[in-house]
Design a protein around this ligand. Structure first.
Ligand SMILES: *Cc1c(COP(=O)(O)O)cnc(C)c1O
Length: 255
């Protein structure tokens, strides 16, 4: 008869985790609020997306209970079962990872927003997949902000060349089951692995976003800023920040 004791341990562990997430969330929300004030933006202007990759569905459930409405996932094989376990929570699911064409069908089944569209073949694959699922997906164009020296391979963090954004945007607009919602970027890393210059990167992103809005006025989302650089992103006009570590803690090592 160990079951009641196990249940008590589980409940106690859950309570501890809830406390931890609540405290971290409060801190991140205060950072966002301070950044909004510093930028002269209205309170609540910026939406927090909590990046739950590598963390269990039980954490997603606790976060929903703490008022989180948007979650981000970057690995398809992990996101699909997690979404199934949390389908009752009414969350908005953002896919933020590198996307392979052959995974489009999975992603279209659960994602509400796909933030990592950076090439034409993905647009076609996602459109087909969304149509097949009877869904309409919001799409962000992921912008590559690293300065790539001539002849060098594309930056490892993904993203379309800003010069290709207009044509990619037209493709998304023309797709029946996709809605062009804006842009996303990850600030490039410097040689030592820390963000190179998030201010300059997010300023470039703001330029790209403004150019896109000139042609597509409804594409207003700017998804930028993570645990380490959300202040710089909010200062540069981000409408959505994607925060993992600062809410959930250091990520468990992937198997
Ligand atoms: C993991 C991830 C984040 C969150 O990063 P943290 O530093 O943990 O806040 C944001 N955006 C993308 C694209 C990610 O892959």
């Amino acid at each position: 008869m160990t079951e009641p004791a196990d249940a008590a341990v589980d409940a106690a562990e859950e309570a501890v985790r809830r406390e931890e997430l609540a405290a971290n969330l409060a801190e991140v929300r205060e950072r966002i609020a301070a950044a909004e004030r510093a930028a002269g933006r209205p309170a609540g202007d910026v939406t927090l997306i909590v990046v739950t990759k590598t963390w269990p569905a039980s954490d997603v459930r606790l976060l929903a209970g703490l008022g989180v409405g948007d979650v981000g996932e970057n690995r398809d094989q992990e996101a699909l079962p997690k979404h199934e376990a949390c389908a009752d929570l009414g969350l908005r699911w953002h896919f933020i990872g590198q996307l392979q064409r052959n995974k489009a069908r999975h992603v279209a089944a659960y994602a509400d927003v796909v933030q990592s569209v950076d090439r034409p073949e993905l647009v076609a694959a996602l459109d087909r997949a969304a149509a097949g699922a009877g869904r309409t997906l919001d799409v962000l164009l992921q912008i590559g902000l690293a300065a790539v020296p001539d002849g060098a391979p594309p930056a490892h963090r993904g993203g379309a060349d800003p010069a290709d954004v207009a044509s990619l945007a037209d493709l998304v607009e023309a797709a029946e089951s996709l809605r062009l919602a804006g842009v996303m970027a990850v600030a490039p890393l410097g040689p030592d692995g820390s963000p190179a210059d998030p201010r300059a990167s997010f300023a470039r992103l703001a330029d790209v976003a403004a150019g896109l809005r000139a042609d597509h006025p409804r594409a207003t989302m700017v998804s930028a800023g993570m645990s380490g650089d959300l202040e710089e992103a909010v200062a540069a006009g981000a409408t959505h920040v994607r925060v993992g570590t600062a809410v959930l803690g250091g990520r468990p090592r992937l198997r």
